[in-house]
Design a protein around this ligand. Structure first.
Ligand code: PRT
Ligand code: ZN
Length: 295
């Protein structure tokens, strides 16, 4: 296949490890797609190639990704911070990816009380994260027994295997359905890009290109494009409400006395500003998603 991208004519290929299947798989693939990277074949194989970027994908269990990246079998990986913290490999965390958000929390039966880490003394804690839990106990100078189990941690108290659990939580419904309550978050997590510590200059250069694309996608997601009609006598006030990247674009409308104003708004300030714009006389407000944002 001929490749139109001159920069990809080098033989250097960046090897990226992502989760083969599970919670991070689809978001990892979607992020690559949003970065304009097309992947050749399905995920039933161990490996796949990008068609238009010098990238090779390795599909692995998430737990194995830090080790593969440390060993240099993969140059970089997309993996949860929880796994990075648990595995303690000699790798670097380069950038947050904005998906796979969750927290690692201690939880106890709903009818029990928890006043603080000291209440864990002498208790049996079931978890798949013994390293992180041990670190938390040491930090809080508490002695407790850690019982490592690999799955269905939430059933441990119900079957008398443990008094406390430490597991990942996102909506909280798994804890709720098992009669447990979250009492102490000990780690916030999301998917991150990790890299090997000894990448060559060529690999670093490819990684820079990939990171540039990832950041453009992320910025676009955090911003909205806004178009509105403003009466000219309110124009100054309306423009003053728009933070914009630079100054907003203002174009005259066919209808005399009115202008069209275009700008970019941050997702999190969006509703507040829309209300103020309406109050200031803005009409026909359109808010559209931005696909990429190159600054
Ligand atoms: O096969 P492989 O080893 O690759 O996958 P896995 O089964 O170990 O991992 P997987 O696919 O379950 O999760 C992969 C990663 O997704 C985790 O390492 C986290 O970084 C991230 N993540 C985000 C989560 C959750 N949210 C999450 N809610 N991982 C697991 N859960 C589980 C949690 O363990 C509990 O059982 O979901 C349940 C709780 O969810 P709520 O919504 O009921 O609170
Ligand atoms: Zn796993």
């Amino acid at each position: 296949m001929t490749n139109t991208n001159a920069l990809t004519k080098t033989n250097t290929v960046l090897k990226l490890a992502i989760q083969k299947s599970g919670r991070l798989h689809e978001d990892s693939m979607r992020l690559l797609k949003e970065c304009g990277i097309d992947i050749s074949n399905g995920v039933n194989k161990l490996k796949a190639e990008a068609l238009n970027f010098p990238l090779e994908l390795y599909f692995l269990r998430d737990d194995d990704i830090p080790q593969y990246v440390e060993d240099g079998v993969a140059d970089i990986g997309f993996v949860g911070e929880n796994v990075v913290a648990e595995k303690q490999k000699n790798i670097l965390t380069q950038a947050p990816l904005g998906f796979g958000k969750c927290r690692l929390s201690l939880a106890i039966p709903r009818n029990q009380e928890y006043a603080g880490p000291q209440d864990l003394a002498g208790k049996k804690i079931a978890t798949s994260y013994p390293v992180i839990v041990a670190h938390f106990l040491r930090q809080n100078k508490v002695e407790a027994e850690i019982h490592e189990i690999s799955g269905s941690v939430e059933i441990a108290p119900g079957i008398g295997l443990a008094d406390v659990i430490c597991d990942l939580v996102s909506s909280g419904s798994t804890l709720f359905m098992n009669g447990l309550k979250e009492v102490q978050p000990i780690l916030q997590s999301q998917a991150v890009l990790v890299k090997n510590k000894n990448l060559t200059a060529q690999h670093e250069a490819l990684l820079e290109r990939l990171l540039f694309r990832i950041q453009s996608v992320q910025k676009a997601k955090n911003n909205k494009y806004i178009l509105l009609n403003a009466p000219n006598d309110q124009l100054e006030k309306i423009i003053g409400l728009l933070p914009g990247m630079k100054s907003p674009t203002v174009l005259p409308l066919a209808q005399e006395g009115w202008s069209s104003v275009h700008s970019v708004l941050k997702e999190n300030e969006f509703w507040d500003i829309i209300e103020q714009l309406k109050a200031a006389g803005a009409q026909g407000i359109l808010v559209v998603p931005i696909e990429k944002m190159i600054l």
